[in-house]
Ligand binder design. Structure first.
Ligand code: SIN
Length: 287
């Protein structure tokens, strides 16, 4: 069956129809999905009532999967579970539980795993249970953001490197959420501030809530620049919100978009989203 393509936003994102992930995916169809991912940065596939094994099989077509770090309540598995439901009992987790606090960091604009030496290529988020209101995921194009910068700013930042760390973004929620041992396990890493897509040569800003400062600059000055660039990248014209339906699978390019979760009533409603994360292939800069 031929695939269909509909833009999600004038500047980025595409919905692809004619795909069924409950069975093997034809390599030719996958080639088209992969090309659309490189081109549009966010890909939506609706009506995919998949289980964990089917999600893993499809995700692995993009490359090897990351396992979650041990600070994540689902640590050591291929799934970064985004949910207010206890994995064993299925009961709603109280809002002040550490597992819910941990997820609050997702309310900041970020790109997945930029705190790892080799940052993630893409993430695949599968909607298993959705609240009837709230809980959208928002996306912002870092390519559009780069292209819209004035030339003098492009020249100033093109070769800069930022330091990223999970502890930095978690501390923004609650400095107690990560133990000293967990901090030591995931030390800060360096990432280029501007990345180039290896297939189409398009450049993207590479900012994230994990980015704490610019290497070689006074911390406050670097943080000010990072805040300014993040505000620029997330201006409303460069963003859209995805309103989830059960069965949606959204794939995003962590090299080219920021995303953030948005609140919902986690006492009243159930939300269960399973995220797989595909590893990148190399560091963006020597460590
Ligand atoms: C994420 O930040 O990876 C998850 C986003 C969401 O739960 O909406």
């Amino acid at each position: 069956m031929a695939l269909t393509f509909h833009k999600l936003h004038p500047l980025f994102g595409v919905e692809i129809g004619g795909v069924d992930l409950t069975g093997p995916v034809d390599p030719v169809a996958f080639g088209e999905i992969r090309a659309a991912f490189e081109e549009h940065s966010v890909v939506l596939l609706r009506g995919q009532r998949i289980d964990d094994a089917q999600q893993i099989a499809f995700s692995q077509m993009f490359g090897p999967l990351e396992t979650t770090v041990s600070t994540n309540p689902a640590g050591g598995t291929p799934f970064a579970r985004q949910s207010n439901l206890d994995i064993q009992s299925g009961d709603v987790i109280p809002p002040d539980d550490r597992r819910m606090l941990y997820q609050k960091a997702n309310f900041f604009w970020h790109t997945d795993s930029s705190f790892k030496k080799v940052p993630a290529l893409c993430s695949l988020l599968s909607a298993r249970l959705c609240p009837p209101e709230g809980g959208d995921t928002e996306f912002a194009s870092l390519r559009v953001a780069w292209a819209a910068l004035p030339d003098d700013m492009k020249g100033k930042i093109e070769t800069l490197v930022a330091e990223h760390s999970l502890a930095y973004s978690r501390d923004l929620v609650d400095p107690g959420v990560m133990s000293a041992a967990q901090r030591a396990e995931i030390p800060p890493v360096k990432q280029r501030l501007v990345r180039v897509n290896p297939i189409n040569g398009r450049k993207a800003l590479y900012v994230s809530s994990h980015a704490s400062h610019i290497v070689g600059w006074p911390v406050a000055e670097g943080r000010k620049l990072l805040d300014e660039l993040t505000r620029h990248a997330t201006q409303p014209a460069f963003c859209f919100a995805h309103r989830w339906r059960e069965g949606d699978l959204v794939i995003w390019d962590n090299r080219a978009v920021l995303h953030r979760a948005t609140p919902y009533d986690s006492v009243k409603y159930k939300r269960l989203m399973q995220r797989t994360t595909v590893a990148g292939d190399a560091p963006t800069v020597a460590q």
